[in-house]
Design a protein around this ligand. Structure first.
Ligand code: SF4
Ligand code: SF4
Length: 271
């Protein structure tokens, strides 16, 4: 299947962002994090992005409700749409495996099928994949930023043996190293005075070191993963994530525009 044809189909089904990376870009990963452990015939890694509505952040932002983001995360739609796209690929004769995000601390659990094979679960690095597929960069706040939505998207992945025309790895910048995410954290869990580096398929990502223990007890709007007490919570709704949304929008750095600023009291950038 042609990549352009697949992207058009995905768009008509409600996917906001679609990128394709050849599986060779994942060669740096061990079998515990490598797509080839899940589907050995994989040729293309397709990364799908579903925008998280900005309005779902307002309950935490205004203090009118403690936790509202859950209703804004398009989990069901993302899972259903990813599954339906897999069916379209298989209807065309290509194998397809849907993969959904899990915490890395769930690796190395379960029983190996063979002593020289990785233990399940094999967990992919989604933000790395999104960069490799051209969708965005990992910002200083240690989350994926896209030019369209900043940190406001949910990702899913499809592994397929279809060899699709790849997108170039993302080479632009969204994060401007403003430090707003670190400044907004009441626990000082992000250290804007240092950088942690991690390899990408091309170049390296750099983010502020994160004291994740503080995030696990954060009361500002994190979304915690059930059954995974060791995981890093989803931080979009927390003070750090919302500060990033406000900064990127006020600075005019995102292509998605709104009629009103995210933080009217700060007189944000009128669109
Ligand atoms: S989730 Fe909470 S503790 Fe962690 S960086 Fe964000 S604001 Fe700070
Ligand atoms: S708040 Fe600023 S430094 Fe932090 S991730 Fe967003 S743009 Fe980058």
């Amino acid at each position: 299947m042609e990549a352009a044809q697949f992207k058009t189909l995905a768009q008509t089904m409600g996917v906001d962002l679609t990128g394709v990376a050849p599986v060779e870009r994942f060669a740096i990963f061990s079998p515990q994090a490598n797509p080839l452990s899940i589907q050995p015939q994989t040729r293309s890694v397709i990364v799908l992005g579903f925008s998280i509505p900005r309005g779902a952040l307002q309950g935490m932002e205004t203090g009118t409700a403690g936790y509202t983001l859950g209703m804004g995360i398009p989990t069901t739609v993302a899972i259903d749409t990813t599954y339906m796209l897999c069916r379209h690929l298989e209807d065309a004769g290509w194998e397809a495996t849907p993969v959904f995000r899990q915490s890395g601390d769930m690796r190395n659990q379960g029983v190996r099928v063979n002593p020289d094979k990785p233990e399940p679960n094999v967990i992919l690095e989604f933000d790395f994949a999104a960069h490799a597929a051209g969708l965005g960069e990992i910002g200083r706040g240690k989350w994926l930023l896209t030019p369209q939505f900043g940190p406001r998207q949910m990702l899913t992945i499809i592994l397929t043996d279809a060899e699709m025309e790849p997108d170039a790895p993302f080479s632009g910048r969204v994060c401007d190293d403003c430090g707003a995410c670190a400044e907004a954290c009441p626990a000082h869990a992000l250290d804007a005075g240092a950088l942690h580096h991690a390899p990408l398929c091309e170049g390296r990502a750099a983010w502020y070191p994160l004291h994740v223990e503080s995030c696990r007890v954060c009361q500002t709007g994190t979304t915690k993963l059930m059954y995974s007490t060791g995981s890093e919570p989803f931080r979009l709704g927390a003070a750090c994530g919302r500060a990033c949304v406000a900064h990127l929008e006020d600075s005019g750095l995102l292509t998605r525009k709104f009629h009103t600023p995210f933080r009217p009291s700060e007189g944000g950038h009128e669109q």
